[in-house]
Design a protein around this ligand. Structure first.
Ligand SMILES: Cc1ncc(COP(=O)(O)O)c(C=O)c1O
Length: 410
């Protein structure tokens, strides 16, 4: 169910119009719908019935503390990739035994922090890293649970820049090496290597790559466990697209049941986009419009520093005016930001509502990998974030001030 809808041509988010949300505020700003976030999380976790499952929301998609607290109230765990992400997860109240630490290049302080704060498991992505985790665990006098992130060499048919599961990609350890690691646990006396992890890419709309991955890894887990009984947890990563999928959550769960011994294994899920993407919008204002030789440009006040997904990996985000009219411009139009880069283009469109300076436009589905990827490029502040709940509005991150921006520079 969408909570972003026109009512009498006025765009509303939950029970409040964009105009009311924006009144008296500087644009651009992010705004999240609490009900969307909650529904998305519940719908997914409820679909995993009969599995021993921990749903670890992927903080890289959105790590705002209020978003994390909202999900923690629903019993979410966290998938983190840095010490600060883990700090935020803990600060939001996530239980350490529901936090999985992923990432291809963890530093000594990341690993140290994860171990000393009793994270559920650390997913290792190279033999070098396994040695490193083992050494740090040994100094800490602890036995750390570890998952081996496998690269199953699967093409996930998503954008090249968000594919992670083929041997062309930098992620994970090969199946052969993984098998050897499980044959030689004596090499890692301070590790309990008892999990397999994978994540084949993001925004996956087709079930086939999941099916091929589950088949390959299900076979490997069965083989290892028939010899050593070592693996008790499978971390299936994230990657499910929130929209235009050709499969249901039930289809996805049924595949897990088909390829894994669900009676004896625990499962970790790491959804990010699925939970947060359509819970967030970016509200911006039109600064100027101009026509140059048959092409129109609508220049808005949000830039690629605020939301870099279109510039980074050609992400498509619908843009909606806050008031819909029957007047359209039927001309090749680029909706662009103010940043001094030609790639600062949000959308190319052939027909768009006539808009003029000062009008609000709304970028849809930016709750994941929107704010977390933003930067100060062009010396612009990190922008305000709000959450709506019915007709209530809360500020959940203040706009960065100039003093904050400059304070660590000498
Ligand atoms: C290891 C891992 N888990 C989970 C995710 C979340 O993916 P998504 O937001 O597509 O669900 C990512 C995204 O890059 C990832 O790298």
């Amino acid at each position: 169910m969408s909570f972003l809808n026109y009512e009498n041509d006025i765009l509303k988010f939950e029970d409040i119009s964009i105009r009311e949300i924006a009144e008296g505020r500087a644009t651009p700003f992010y705004c999240y719908s609490k009900q969307t976030l909650t529904n998305n999380f519940r719908e997914f976790s409820d679909s995993l019935t009969s599995l021993d499952a921990t749903v670890c929301f992927s903080l890289k998609s959105n790590s705002n503390l209020t978003i994390l607290k909202t999900l923690t109230e629903l019993e979410a765990g966290g998938d983190v990739v840095s010490e600060w992400e883990m700090r935020k997860a803990l600060q939001a109240g996530m239980k350490p035994n529901k936090i999985v630490f992923s990432g291809i290049g963890k530093t000594a302080s990341d690993i140290q922090f994860a171990i000393s704060n009793n994270c559920l498991q650390i997913n290792a992505e190279s033999l070098d890293e396994l040695d490193h985790i083992n050494r740090i665990a040994s100094v800490s006098g602890k036995i750390q649970k570890v998952g081996i992130r496998i690269n199953p060499d699967i093409q996930s048919e998503t954008h090249k820049k968000i594919s992670t599961g083929s041997l062309e990609d930098k992620f994970g350890i090969s199946i052969e090496q993984t098998y050897e690691i499980f044959q030689n646990p004596q090499n890692y006396p301070n590790l309990e290597i008892s999990s397999i992890a994978f994540h084949i890419g993001s925004n996956i709309k087709d079930l086939t790559p999941f099916q091929r991955t589950f088949e390959i890894i299900g076979e490997l887990v069965a083989k290892i466990n028939s010899e050593t009984k070592k693996i008790n947890t499978v971390d299936v990563g994230g990657g499910i697209s929130p929209e235009k999928r050709n499969f249901t959550f039930e289809d996805y769960r049924n595949l897990i049941v088909k390829y894994f011994d669900t009676e004896n294994l625990k499962f970790i899920f790491e959804p990010g986009r699925l939970i947060a993407a359509n819970a967030g919008i970016l509200v911006s204002k039109v600064l100027y419009t101009k026509n140059i030789t048959g092409k129109k440009f609508v220049i808005i006040d949000a830039g690629m520093n605020d939301m870099m997904r279109p510039a980074l990996y050609d992400a498509h985000h619908e843009i909606m005016p806050d008031v819909r009219t029957s007047e359209y411009d039927e001309i090749n139009t680029d909706i662009v930001g103010p940043i001094c880069e030609s790639s600062d283009v949000f959308l190319n469109i052939q027909k768009f509502n006539k808009v003029k300076s000062g009008q609000y436009v709304i970028l849809k589905d930016v709750g994941a990998y929107g704010s977390t990827m933003s930067s100060n490029y062009n010396a612009r502040p990190l922008i305000e974030e709000l959450m709506v709940d019915g007709s209530q509005i809360r500020i959940i991150r203040k706009t960065q001030s100039y003093e904050d921006f400059i304070k660590n520079e000498i």
